[in-house]
Design a protein around this ligand. Structure first.
Ligand code: GLY
Length: 659
């Protein structure tokens, strides 16, 4: 299935871009997982660049340019659809309970496009009868307004279909197929789709597909109906209060919004959420308390760390980004469509686009690692690399090679469980490791210690090994592996196709699922990954994984994080004996003696996280583990003496040193 332009996401942003591109002559397909799930349907449809009190001048300019497009844009769409959008420049009144020193000066007056009038207590009460007595005044923004977002969604869909946009509803995109900075296609629940150009417009779900920092911000909402007993609409303009907004529609419904909750994709309305909404709305406009309730719902805004959208070019030459519109997706739909279409069809880059570029979230290139770093812990000076006598390594050894990539260090570490980022940084330096495994899911969910990971480590020196920790099924692990590959790319490791595959359904012993692991490995190998599967120390499974094309096998020494040491020695020994690929002993090593022992067995490498992170002095333990890995490897190469049944004197009368 091919088209000129493939748009991923069928919310207001995706459809608006699709229609614009189609009207400019492109052949456009939209992939939409679930039309009704888009934030577009959950919104209230406020067009409120002023009332939203935006503090960013470029964002304000973008919102205002979009608002200015609204009359003509909705008119054109209505003509094409033969349906109304119910665009209504009704104005927004923003009452306050306390007069602040500096009203409405978040942006300098020169940055403001629209008129804003301050109304004192008497004026505002006259202007809008029925406001709470405690309202002391407010701002009137006559040029802000609303559109019925659900009507707009219908119109956009109808227009898209009628102008010939191919819409595939119910198709979910699973992965981008990329090569050398180019998207080759997208893998979906309905097969692979290809196009010359791709647009990402996946709202709150963007981060499930590509590692841009977009997270869901849940909003709960409700709708009331104006009672029949009131012949006139009591509200004819939006009330934008402190922590609430009340949006009256001409059809006599009134929308009340919205909570702002950082709860991931947790569904449903909650008593707490609805109570807050009702309290705040009835505080501002008390007569609402007697209006009948018609509906409760919720949705997920696509939030970004700076609350600004991510627009424009991406790390891939043929992928354009239009995500992260947060509270202003409906408002920003027309301008987003226009500037993204300009960018794609004419390579015309709007001057505002640089402000919204994804690169603002990339780590600054400040080197974090210096090899002469001195680590101190209280008064004690701990091990430093400067003290390491590197000449001790005298035995010839070949480097560790995984999937064609050469590594000097045979110790891999992780980023989990550290008490602080600083401890983690110091330990990774002290370990001298070159491969650090990172839990993609924890980065995605910004779990403690994983927020600043991009900046915390020098990814020019350290090879990232994304892992699928937290995945219970093969499907889940495959999805997260794909995301990990994108994450590595974003950190500048364009050719990093490594994945540490973990499929762990059992939360108590954290034992990997052999069948799920094999299934996921087979699929990931097919997709070009270098797969490093975490497995129980099962020689048959290790062989099957090798035959499936895995880059290593990673048998566990004992359960993850248990520090129980080598409990699977006999099986690991068999795996080592039979393996043509590197064997990395992973999990359970608690002390350097055990690390050395695993290396003495002939393991090619070790992965150690908990034993370092949970040590009293992690950096010192990291160095100890490094030394142990080196010592164990040397011992393996040196060949240990045979074990004898009886004692043999240390100073024999006949020696082996000939004089
Ligand atoms: N645009 C208002 C909100 O997101 O709640």
């Amino acid at each position: 299935m091919t088209s000129d332009i493939l748009i991923i996401g069928g919310g207001a942003i995706g459809l608006a871009i699709a229609v614009e591109l189609k009207l400019r002559g492109a052949n456009v397909t939209v992939l939409c997982r679930d039309f009704n799930a888009a934030a577009t349907h959950a919104a209230a449809g406020m067009l409120a660049p002023d009332a939203e009190n935006l503090t960013d001048e470029a964002m304000y300019a973008l919102c205002w340019r979009s608002l200015a497009l609204y009359p003509e844009w909705t008119h054109k769409l209505e003509e094409l659809a033969g349906l109304p959008t119910l665009y209504w420049p009704c104005g927004i009144l923003a009452p306050v309970y306390q007069q602040h020193e500096q009203q409405n000066t978040l942006l300098s007056p020169s940055a403001r496009e629209s008129p804003a009038y301050w109304l004192d207590k008497t004026a505002i009460q006259q202007y809008q009868p029925g406001l709470a007595a405690e309202v002391v005044g407010g701002w009137w923004y006559p040029e802000n307004g609303q559109v019925d977002n659900r009507a707009l969604a219908r119109v956009l869909w109808t227009v898209a279909e009628s102008v010939g946009v191919e819409i595939k509803n119910g198709v979910s995109v699973e992965a981008f197929l990329q090569q050398q900075g180019k998207v080759l296609g997208v893998q979906t629940s309905a097969g692979v789709f290809r196009a010359s150009h791709y647009v990402l417009a996946t709202g709150a779900w963007s981060n499930e597909l590509l590692p841009f920092p977009v997270r869901p911000v849940k909003g709960q909402m409700l709708r009331l109906r104006v009672p029949e007993s009131l012949p006139e609409l009591p509200l004819k303009r939006i009330l934008y209060g402190e922590n609430t907004y009340i949006v009256p529609r001409r059809d006599r419904t009134i929308i009340i919004g919205a909570t702002k909750e950082d709860v991931g994709f947790t569904p449903n309305n909650t008593p707490a959420g609805i109570q807050t909404l009702l309290q705040q709305a009835t505080r501002l406009y008390p007569q609402l308390q007697d209006y009948p309730i018609e509906e409760f719902w919720w949705g997920f805004r696509p939030g970004t760390p700076d609350e600004l959208p991510i627009l424009g070019t991406s790390p891939c030459a043929n992928l354009t980004l239009a995500v992260g519109h947060y509270r202003n997706g409906i408002l920003l739909a027309p301008i987003t469509a226009a500037i993204i279409a300009d960018l794609i069809t004419q390579e015309k880059s709007d001057p505002l686009l640089s402000h919204f570029h994804y690169s603002r979230f990339l780590p600054q290139s400040t080197p974090m690692f210096t090899h002469s770093a001195n680590f101190t812990n209280g008064h004690r000076s701990v091990a430093t690399l400067d003290n390491l006598d590197r000449n001790v390594i005298t035995t010839e050894d070949s480097p560790l090679i995984i999937a064609g990539k050469t590594f000097r260090s045979r110790l891999m570490t992780g980023t989990g469980k550290y008490r602080s980022i600083a401890e983690m940084q110091q330990s990774i330096i002290a370990s001298e490791c070159q491969i650090v495994t990172v839990a993609v899911r924890r980065v995605q969910t910004k779990a403690a210690g994983h927020e600043g990971l991009a900046e915390a480590l020098d990814w020019q020196k350290i090879w990232m090994l994304p892992n699928t920790a937290g995945c219970q099924t093969a499907e889940d692990a495959i999805r997260v592996a794909r995301l990990g590959r994108e994450m590595a790319k974003l950190l500048g490791q364009e050719d990093n196709n490594f994945v540490k595959l973990e499929v762990i359904p059992d939360p108590k012993y954290l034992l990997p699922d052999p069948i799920g692991t094999l299934q996921a490995a087979e699929q990931l190998v097919k997709e070009g990954f270098a797969v490093l599967p975490y497995i129980n120390a099962d020689p048959m499974l290790a062989k099957r994984l090798e035959e499936a094309g895995c880059a290593t096998v990673m048998p566990l020494a004992s359960p993850i994080g248990s520090g129980q040491g080598l409990k699977t020695t006999a099986n690991i020994q068999i795996i080592i004996e039979n393996s043509q690929i590197p064997v990395v002993v992973d999990a359970g090593i608690g002390a350097p003696s055990e690390a050395a022992q695993a290396m003495e067995l002939g393991a090619d490498a070790l992965l150690i996280n908990s034993a370092i992170a949970l040590a009293k002095n992690p950096a010192a333990m990291a160095r100890a583990m490094n030394l142990a890995a080196v010592a164990g490897r040397l011992a393996y190469l040196a060949g240990r003496m045979p074990i004898k049944d009886y004692a043999s004197a240390s100073s024999p009368l006949t020696g082996t040193i000939s004089s």
